[in-house]
Design a protein around this ligand. Structure first.
Ligand code: ZN
Length: 284
């Protein structure tokens, strides 16, 4: 029997390489296509693997490796095409918005002074696109035999939802606002348009509620339940007071944090990763 697509579970897969975090949204993370340098760090196994794009002028290795965050032959042609349709509805517009933060884009403030932007992309399209990234980042973990922050039944519920959404044309999907959204919030900061700036693509090492996902220049939070974990700030460095319930993706908004807050979040991720790495490399 032929291998079936992991999204629709019906059609046969076709042999193309699929990006688990879409290439357009990750472009600011990996640098210029084909000369990229990508580090895959597995702190639990104490391994660091480096991937060089085929045209990278590196002299370290001649080994040809598969590109990280991609898998070949997991989707059927129709699902891949439909996912791409939603990617093209979001990515270029979103990248332009992020590149222009602080350069004339209108920044609004809530009563308690949290900054945010209006994305002007239909919430149903944003919801479909970002849920597909959450699902793909978790599935990438599962395929690699690593821990996924969302369990099997949560992933299955998202799969069914995405499948239904991407098989609806982007024009039709905007007719009625979704009413069954899980709360999702996006965070970004200033000056995130430097392609040489290192960023991350992965779910956070710790399972938290909301769950934090790194999508290059964007941080995504996904609520599985309403309450925010009491140790959420300690584990992520994201202050819960900026997570006002109106500032969510279902309202088409992006939360803006300052650069020092952003750095704190990144530093803690690196520190946590390094600490787990060291503990697994040198067990007591
Ligand atoms: Zn399919």
């Amino acid at each position: 029997m032929n291998k079936k697509c992991i999204l629709c579970k019906t059609n046969d897969v076709y042999a193309i390489k699929s990006h688990m975090t879409p290439a357009g949204i990750a472009s600011g993370t990996f640098g210029k296509r084909h000369i990229e340098e990508i580090y895959t760090i597995d702190p639990n196994e104490s391994t660091i693997d480096v991937y060089f794009g085929p045209q990278n002028k590196q002299t370290e290795t001649t080994e040809i490796k598969p590109e990280p965050h991609t898998h070949r032959g997991i989707f059927c042609k129709k699902c891949e095409d439909n996912l791409a349709l939603y990617e093209s509805e979001v990515q270029t517009k979103l990248k332009a918005i992020i590149d222009n933060i602080g350069k004339g884009t209108e920044i609004k403030r809530t009563k308690s002074d949290t900054k945010y932007l209006e994305l002007n992309i239909h919430p149903n399209i944003l919801q479909t696109f970002f849920q597909s990234i959450i699902w793909r980042q978790c599935i990438d973990q599962v395929i690699k035999g690593k821990d996924s922050p969302l369990d099997e039944s949560e992933l299955e519920a998202i799969r069914v939802k995405i499948l239904q959404c991407i098989y609806t044309n982007p024009k039709e999907i905007t007719e009625n606002l979704f009413t069954d959204n899980h709360r999702i919030a996006l965070l970004c900061t200033y000056n995130k348009n430097d392609p040489n700036d290192a960023t991350f693509i992965n779910p956070h090492i710790y399972k938290t509620n909301p769950q934090l996902f790194f999508i290059g220049t964007i941080l995504l939070l996904y609520w599985n339940k309403d309450e925010i974990d009491t140790d959420f700030e300690k584990k992520t460095q994201i202050p819960p007071e900026i997570l006002e319930s109106d500032l969510q993706l279902a309202n088409g908004l992006l939360i803006l944090i300052n650069e020092s807050q952003w750095e704190k979040i990144m530093k803690l991720l690196v520190k946590t990763t390094a600490s787990i790495y060291n503990k697994s490399k040198h067990p007591k």
